[in-house]
Design a protein around this ligand. Structure first.
Ligand code: SF4
Ligand code: FES
Length: 262
């Protein structure tokens, strides 16, 4: 374990963690967009800038990628750190003026409007802040690598290869789930899951109990890899909950009020 100071508060965190974990362990709120605890640190959005006062010289760092070290003194509220985060939010507001998430983050920092109009390709990705979470979850956690960054400058965006249906996409929906701004449009329609943003649709399998289509066929390999969850996995979430509730009821003693004995 290592000891640091964040905004004057002493804090202890495990070795190998980042400054962001120390900030959070100290109970200090710090906004993030591109950080997710399940993925490798990336440092794309620069929304987590803080001042590292010691060791000298004092400098601005991105807390989510900077390794925490013993004796560090971190301050999240210096004029430089606050100004830097406000500037990032102004730029994001200029890029995605219609994003409720960005508007709320900006308002919380006292940023009501942006001096910038960041040029970008119009279209389906109006809410995309280029945080890269969708690309990284697809690559690092799912292992599909169905999407990636393409283009430069105002043309930079996330896309499938050639902006066409991606054979690599298994339709897991992790990208839509992790996207902080809701930029990825996905819908289940009958036996199809349609990922509008990725020009892709995948076939769904029905729940054997209620018949509702819910799981992409490409994900049917999972139960074979985890036999212990097979009987539950095949069911849709609603049927899974019902079965778990029934099993739980059978475990309750018969003479307790509200149990199957009533
Ligand atoms: S689509 Fe969402 S998750 Fe992907 S880069 Fe854009 S904002 Fe981030
Ligand atoms: S959260 Fe740290 S750079 Fe994005």
């Amino acid at each position: 374990m290592i000891n640091l100071t964040v905004n004057g508060r002493p804090v202890t965190v495990p070795e190998g963690t980042r400054v962001l974990q120390a900030v959070r362990a100290a109970g200090v709120a710090l906004p993030t967009l591109c950080y997710h605890e399940g993925l490798a640190p990336y440092g794309a959005c620069r929304l987590c800038m803080v001042t590292l006062t010691s060791p000298p010289p004092s400098k601005l760092i991105a807390a989510c990628v900077y390794p925490a070290a013993a004796g560090m003194i971190v301050n999240t509220e210096t004029p430089e750190a606050v100004g830097s985060r406000r500037l990032v939010l102004e730029l994001l507001l200029g890029r995605c003026p219609q994003s409720g998430v960005i508007k709320n983050l900006a308002a919380a920092m006292g940023v009501k409007e942006s001096r910038f109009q960041v040029s970008r390709t119009e279209g389906d990705m109006d809410l995309c802040v280029l945080c890269g979470l969708c690309v990284r979850v697809c690559q690092e956690a799912i292992g599909a690598s169905a999407i990636s960054f393409v283009g430069r400058g105002g043309n930079r965006r996330v896309s499938t290869p050639f902006e066409m249906h991606s054979e690599a996409c298994i339709g897991c929906g992790a990208c839509a789930e992790i996207c902080p701004t809701g930029a990825i449009r996905m819908e289940d329609k009958g036996p199809w899951r349609i990922l509008y943003t990725w020009h892709t649709r995948v076939e769904l399998q029905p729940c054997p109990q209620c018949g509702r289509f819910f799981v992409p066929q490409e994900m049917a390999f999972l139960p074979e890899q985890c036999p212990e969850i097979e009987s539950l996995w095949r069911l849709c979430p609603a049927c899974r909950q019902q079965r778990a509730a029934r099993q739980w009821m059978q475990l309750l003693p018969l003479d307790r009020p509200g149990t199957r004995g009533d």
